[in-house]
Design a protein around this ligand. Structure first.
Ligand code: ZN
Length: 53
């Protein structure tokens, strides 16, 4: 049956991907790291965390 294929593509299309607010690159996020609309790639995120200190 195609059910699991459909489910898999739904998972792939779901919100595991976002675009970095800083550099507009598509970034894959671990679901647990998604915070509201704040999407930053690892580079920009670490840069921001460094800047916050
Ligand atoms: Zn970025």
């Amino acid at each position: 049956m195609g059910y699991w294929l459909l489910l898999e593509s739904l998972i792939l299309l779901s919100s595991d991907y976002g675009y970095c607010l800083e550099c507009d690159r598509p970034v894959q996020f671990a679901r647990l790291e998604i915070r509201s609309e704040l999407f930053l790639c690892i580079d920009c995120q670490s840069r921001k965390e460094l800047a916050d200190r």
